[in-house]
Design a protein around this ligand. Structure first.
Ligand code: GLV
Ligand code: MN
Ligand code: MN
Length: 416
């Protein structure tokens, strides 16, 4: 047995190979959850895994597990991984880097003939992004809860209206002949995930590794104003019940106050829709999504209450109605001290400069933290840009991250 080493060439080649699945003309990927492209990526990783002699399983949420057996197969595994689904105009690294780094670590352990005491498993979580089917992190949440929450079966895809349950079952069926089935929510010794930072701090400070100590909270609201469609040319102001006027008035004030008054708050409207969408008709409905984030749950409560109040006031002023539903409520999470300190020791052993940080993005690790001691490692990305086709991680940063990840896995295995 030799000491395990990450293969830089193999990792970089894999990143290119997966970036080709769902590649967009703009240099990014469109590999949204449970689509044909997502299935293609899963099939590719399964084939690579089988070629290496790893066993592969999937559960009822189509979460995919690649297992390196331990000396004691009865011990709960060390779980490492991320996701392969992307945003509609996403980057090549969001999720894929963490998944392929975890797989590289599994391969480097196998190359070196390491047989750990407990199994090590790479996991690919289903629908981390949440853009095609909301909420995000569906796979990890159902895994932690041990069952698929009621109501998910009837969700419809934002892009093509496909039924969640049809897409979930088709994704499972596509791999079923090649992989075993397992129950949702098996015991886990610890969970570790690598991800691009998706923000600018590491790059600006020229620090190669972030040790993530927690994740801020996220709430998603779906807002729908309903008024009355009517003729654009004949309907005088006093007869209008214009839902878009209500929506835009409310948004203008929310933009002007929420982030300017709360440096740590994040307020984003990423989707807006108007029906019937005719140039010369007052809209019948106007709706939008709201993504709200903050590291503190009580501040999120206050901001959400303010948003709801403002939307209701705007509806009243325009004599329209407003319906608000919450599709995501992820509480802020602090990662386990034991795992974070193992990462700090690993960084010292590997000679990596690090910085402790909170994640502004949500991740599957947020849910896993409720099931097993968990933490994350971040690597820098260019200009802090993510959820963008131009997302880029320098090869040397991917490789440093993978080395840090391998050292961390070895440190965790020695402690668990
Ligand atoms: C994850 O993709 C997020 O939106 O934080
Ligand atoms: Mn991600
Ligand atoms: Mn993402």
């Amino acid at each position: 047995m030799t000491s395990p080493q990450v293969s830089a060439d193999r990792l970089l080649a894999r990143l290119d190979a997966f970036a080709a699945i769902g590649a967009t003309p703009g240099g990014g990927v469109n590999r949204q959850a449970l689509t044909r492209r997502d299935r293609e990526a899963r099939a590719f990783l399964t084939a690579l895994s089988k070629a290496r002699g790893f066993s592969v399983f999937q559960d009822d949420m189509a979460n995919l597990f690649i297992r390196m057996e331990g000396r004691d197969p009865s011990l709960p595994p060390l779980l490492i991984g991320s996701h392969l689904d992307s945003q509609p105009a996403g980057g090549r690294f969001d999720g894929a880097l963490g998944t392929l780094t975890a797989f590289e670590v599994l391969e480097s352990l196998a190359d070196a003939g390491v047989v750990p005491q407990r199994p090590v498993e790479v996991v690919v979580w289903t629908n981390e992004e949440g853009c095609r089917f909301a909420p995000g992190c569906m796979g990890s949440r159902a895994f932690v809860e041990g069952s698929i929450p009621d109501g998910w079966e009837a969700l419809r895809a934002v892009d093509d209206g496909a039924l969640f349950d049809d897409e979930r079952l088709a994704t499972i069926a596509a791999l079923a002949p090649d992989v075993g089935h397992r129950a949702l929510g098996c015991p886990v010794a610890a969970y570790l995930e690598l991800h691009i930072e998706q923000g600018p701090s590491l790059e600006r400070e020229e620090i190669p590794v972030g040790i993530v100590t927690g994740v801020q909270g996220t709430r998603w609201l779906e807002v729908l104003f309903e008024g009355q469609t009517a003729h654009a040319g004949t309907t005088a102001l006093q007869y209008r019940r214009d839902p878009l006027k209500a929506l835009t008035a409310a948004l203008a004030e929310l933009y002007a106050t929420i982030m300017p008054e709360n440096a740590e708050a994040r307020f984003t409207v990423g989707r807006i829709a108007v029906t019937p969408g005719s140039v010369n008709a007052i809209p019948a409905t106007a709706g939008c999504s709201i993504d709200l984030r903050h590291p503190q749950a009580d501040v999120l409560d206050r901001l959400e209450a303010r948003i709801r109040k403002r939307l209701a006031e705007a509806a009243e002023a325009e004599v329209v109605t407003v319906a608000i539903s919450k599709t995501v409520d992820m509480a802020p999470v602090t990662f386990a001290d034991d795992v974070v300190s193992a990462l700090q020791i690993a960084a010292q052993k590997g000679g990596f400069r690090t910085r402790a940080m909170i994640s502004g993005a949500f991740h599957d690790a947020l849910f896993l933290a409720g099931h097993a001691p968990s933490a994350m490692i971040f690597v820098p990305c260019r200009d802090g840009l993510s959820h963008n086709e131009a997302e880029f991680v320098r090869p040397e940063d991917s490789i440093a991250g993978a080395r840090m990840f391998l050292t961390s896995v070895l440190e965790l295995l020695s402690r668990l």
